[in-house]
Design a protein around this ligand. Sequence first.
Ligand code: UTP
Length: 293
Amino acid sequence: MIKKCLFPAAGYGTRFLPATKSMPKEMMPVVNKPLIEYGVEEAIEAGLDGMCLVTGRGKNTLFDHFDKNYELEHQISGTNKEDLLVDIRHLMDTASFTYIRQREMKGLGHAILTGRELIGDNPFAVVLADDLCVNEEGPGVLAQMVALYKQFRCSIVAVQEVPKEDIHKYGVISGEVIKDNIFRVDDMVEKPEPGTEPSNLAIIGRYILTPDIFELIENTEPGKGGEIQITDALLKQAKTGCVLAYKFKGKRFDCGSVDGYIEATNYCYENIYLKDKQKTELGKHSTQKSEEA
Ligand code: UTP
């Protein structure tokens, strides 16, 4: 059973400077909720309850966000503003939060290895919170992947078709189709040079990993950009065992980039925030009516 979710959140977020100079990228709000909270919600929806955050220097607001704020809560106690804290309180009651610091930013692979102590010897999920995923038609992306894991019991990466001009920004897979939207990975390249990409299927920030990945990362030399790349460790796993790539159902926004962040904000405002607000107001209205009757 997968119970833990690792959130590597130690990166510098340089694409979003100056906003990320002193604020973690994962705390940037999409409408009224920080990115990390969307990630935690998705993990809880997938049935996970151990949230393990890999943080770095200057990321203390991440700890604070999943903790009580007595002064604020006292201040708004008994007012209608308390409603605004219902969701986050639910997350805090449902899940446990543990943290570890990555002291040197040596890449995503290294961040995942840093989380080993929190994860232990079990399969686990990884969410990069700056990739915001939504699926209004059904289960969230992580829930889809957990269901797939139950069937195949191996590492799974979420992939998305990406236009040719953008593919060099991603880890890219190639593989054999084994079922609708599921590929058995036979190659994987991190940020391929234009024209050398093995396909148009880019890895996005959702993974299910089996724990043997830790040893593979330990034995992985720095790769592209001098960083320890999870893609390189996963390729070894694919060659010696099995890694699946899953073309997920839903939308994904790259909130680490300004354009993706704005797109996510507009989408979430119209399709989630306003709809939820309407539902709440309708609910209040009908309660009021039944009380009057
Ligand atoms: P990114 O490369 O997208 O994030 O890493 P970044 O480095 O923060 O952003 P830019 O490119 O400078 O704008 C993918 C994920 O891996 C985490 C990041 O926090 C992000 O969630 N990461 C990356 C770490 O936790 N540690 C690292 O050493 C590198």
